[in-house]
Design a protein around this ligand. Sequence first.
Ligand SMILES: Cc1ncc(COP(=O)(O)O)c(C=O)c1O
Length: 486
Amino acid sequence: MDLAIFLDRTSAIPIYQQLAEKLRHAVLEGRLKPNQKLPSSRTLAKSLNISRFTVTQSYEQLESEGYLETRCGAGTYVCSQIPDDWLQSKAIELVAAQSSRSSVLSQFGNNLISVKHLEVSEPENEISFRYGNPAVEFFPISQWRRLLSRHCKNSPTLLHYTPDAAGYFPLRVEIANYLGRSRAVRCTPEQVIIVNGSQQALNLIARPILDPGDWVAMEDPGYLGARYCFRGQGANLQPIAVNSEGLDVEALARCHQKFKLVYVTPSHQFPTGVTLTLAQRIALLQWAQTTETLIIEDDYDSEYRYGEQPIPALQGMDRSQSVIYVGTFSKTMFPSLRIGYLVVPLSWISLVSKAKWLCDRASSLLEQYALTDWIAEGHFERHIRRMRHLYNLRRQVLIEAFQNYFGSRITILGANAGIHVMVKIETGLSDDMVIQKAAGVGVGLISAREYYWKPQHQGEFIFGYAQLEETQIEQGIFKLSQILEH
Ligand SMILES: Cc1ncc(COP(=O)(O)O)c(C=O)c1O
């Protein structure tokens, strides 16, 4: 097989990454076809005059990205299922990449090329189950406006204050107290660092910790915002399966790599919705302590839990400074606010504050002032209680509609928390066909397929319900059941 691979031995980009990139391109350009066998690592290493270990590293990288698969005893193959739309979008990115790629780009810049755009522009559908949005029309905007204008009136303080990169201290106090009472997080206000949403939190952790080639363990399926952040940093990612107890800690412990980070969503795993059990939490913390690995705990929608007592945050159970906790106001207030927070171990405060300063000096002060009062005056927790009640109602309508219209043809996962559920639907249709047919009757759906490392999963969909009225939810599921019947 002639793959016409040229490796630049003078480049700062490691050879294994160059090789992975050439093979990735060969798949995307169709020069390597689904199910095609690749040369053995020994053969390829010999023909390229590089070490076998380098080839194995490239193969492993591409396996973790879902391009290649190892078949037991038979060798390495191009994955059988690389969806057409993925190929197309990658091919478009590839053209853009080729035109922008040059020696001008850093390794980070080159890594970004393989990162897919995350903001999906979805066609307008009358009823969209698109995940992620809270019911923003219920946000008490006039109260928020009042707090903003209160601080605008006091403009001298606002205009002349030199912001602390780690955030407005009274806000950090409010957040530390709130997290202590609601999530059993144990921290001082100094450990709380205000950021522009959890996406920035992930970046501020990744940059001082990860060098290209470092290993990060991630849930499979998992959150793309985290995956792309670490990949942009040049990290090697190791998917770890999620089972009914959350991240499979035993599988993690069996891995031979030395991990720098493990990223988890214990309260409501994204996207399956599973809660990491207490036993698994203890096992994960013990593993992290023994292996000296940092855990990133992304607690993105833990405020919404229905019926059951919340399990305390991992951070609060940790006794070895192994957990960095990430939270956001995107779900509890509104996503365009772009305010989130990190709770870091004491020894990380200065480093992460410097990373924040270098990134953008500090988050906007006006909103931090208003948010401090918002929490201190009780609006925040009152709003959460109101929303929890509303989302619980919408969640029940969704579950009932599924039961009424689908019966045993579906399995619902993760319904006891958060603002979305993942649903397995028994259907002979491909996900693309289901989405297309649903759009035909005005229903917008998102497949869970792309959150998996290897996109072979079919029939799993994510239903965001917070933003839909009860009648829309009922109608949407009814319409879906109709098109899937015929
Ligand atoms: C797993 C996960 N973490 C975090 C977030 C929130 O991100 P941000 O705070 O950047 O809006 C989301 C949003 O959808 C999410 O799904």
